[in-house]
Design a protein around this ligand. Sequence first.
Ligand SMILES: [Zn+2]
Length: 67
Amino acid sequence: MNKSKWMASCLALITLAFSGLCMVGCQKSATQAAGHSHQYTCPMHPEVVKDVAGECPKCGMKLVEKK
Ligand SMILES: [Zn+2]
């Protein structure tokens, strides 16, 4: 009796931990996927930020993706 109760709470804990991990992972990938966060910037001019790849209007260098 006691043992099965312990097993149940143990299982519940494990399930909770796993769902928590899963939620964190899902949220992470969701923000990455939904993110309009792709920004491109010039390595030499950090003030230049664009949402499409291209060239820096100031020096003509290829813009790199901002992380
Ligand atoms: Zn530049």
